[in-house]
Design a protein around this ligand. Structure first.
Ligand code: PHE
Length: 352
């Protein structure tokens, strides 16, 4: 192996990779850091070519959760669960229950070091199923004692971030005079689309699932194929699907002036932030923009705040983003580097 740079990243605190006793499926729980408090991060049920790819994803996503919690000012660290499904595999009711119980058992073994929540491929009902094996699951349905679906709160945070981003980039937080390309109309993307429509913004939207077209058109948005949505001539691109879409190959094709969305890990590599910077595209770090769900769930479930108080905290994402964008501009660094530095400072201050 050729080492091109010395990697000073500290290792994850705790990683469990186990074949589920009931499901036989590969389950990875990665606890990146508990320096600020118990780790939190969603449970992702997704397809991977090989389970090792799921392990890689869990490592990356859990590290991103540490930054997310630190930047949101939460007394928590980052973790993530990945269930790696083989390409094309579907889970029926009983198989889904089995794997969720397997996930619950792995989390139970961590004795509170890590709590899960919904993520790509899982929702509140799944959290209730996991909670049959361990109490460490956020966002169970309200009727089952949880704070419910977090996707709307994540979307509220995204829209707060979009106001702040537009204020910095275009000189006004007004969304009605701006155009947006929403890439991905899953649970969070669907809410963002509706909120942008309510704000009378101009929107083009897309999803790999063509059946989402109806939703887009009902909200008054134009429809595009995903590659065209990515490169649409708009003010702001809103990545709301899977991560890794911003690469040295795609960034030169972009025609937006700014980017902010809820997708986790939008950059393929940290260095892609420099490519965006050189092109004059203002990128709002996803570690800040996507924190609404976790901010709301922890405020309600851990700190016993009302949903109204929790929502006020979610709106705080606008101030956090403004601070990072202004510091980046003042210091000539990228928003990505500034956000990382802020997160690390907070995490390291607790290590000592
Ligand atoms: N998927 C959420 C995220 O990436 C994780 C989460 C949401 C965890 C809500 C707990 C509560 O932030």
């Amino acid at each position: 192996m050729v080492a091109t740079a010395i990697d000073t990243e500290p290792m994850h605190e705790h990683v469990v990779a186990r074949q589920g006793a009931r499901s036989g499926l590969p389950i990875v729980v990665a606890v990146h850091s508990t320096a600020l408090g118990p780790a939190i991060g969603g449970c992702r049920l997704a397809h991977y070519p090989h389970w090792r790819d799921g392990l890689d994803d869990a490592l990356r996503l859990s590290a991103a959760m540490s930054d997310k919690c630190a930047l949101a000012g939460l007394p928590n660290g980052g973790g993530k669960t990945v269930v790696a499904l083989r390409p094309g595999m579907t889970l029926d009711g009983a198989a889904r229950r089995a794997v969720l119980h397997d996930v619950g058992d792995v989390i139970a073994g961590l004795a509170g070091m890590y709590s899960t929540g919904p993520d790509v491929g899982t929702g509140p009902e799944d959290m209730a199923t996991i909670a049959e094996r361990t109490p460490y699951a956020f966002c169970r349905p309200v009727g089952a004692g949880g704070s419910g679906d977090s996707s709307e709160h994540t979307a509220v945070g995204v829209v707060a971030a979009l106001h702040a981003l537009c204020a910095e980039r275009f000189g006004s937080p007004d969304l009605s005079t701006r155009s947006f390309a929403v890439l991905g109309l899953g649970r969070v993307g669907g809410h963002v689309l509706r909120m942008l429509a309510d704000a009378r913004a101009t929107v083009v939207a897309s999803d790999i699932d063509d059946s989402r077209r109806e939703l887009a058109e009902a909200a008054g948005a134009a429809w595009a194929r995903p590659p065209d949505c990515l490169t649409a001539d708009v003010d702001v691109l809103v990545p709301a699907a899977l991560g890794g879409l911003l690469t040295p190959l795609t960034v030169p094709e972009l025609r937006c002036a700014a980017i902010a969305g809820p997708a986790n890990n939008q950059l393929d590599e940290p260095a892609t932030a420099d490519v965006l910077h050189q092109r004059g595209i203002l990128w709002a770090p996803d570690s800040i923009v996507s924190a609404g769900g976790i901010i709301h769930a922890t405020a309600v479930e851990l700190h016993r705040e009302t949903s109204l108080q929790a929502t006020a905290r979610v709106h705080g994402i606008a101030d956090t983003l403004t601070r990072v964008l202004r510091t980046a501009r003042a210091t000539g660094s990228t928003p990505a580097d500034t956000a990382r530095t802020h997160a690390r400072q907070r995490i390291q201050s607790r290590h000592r």
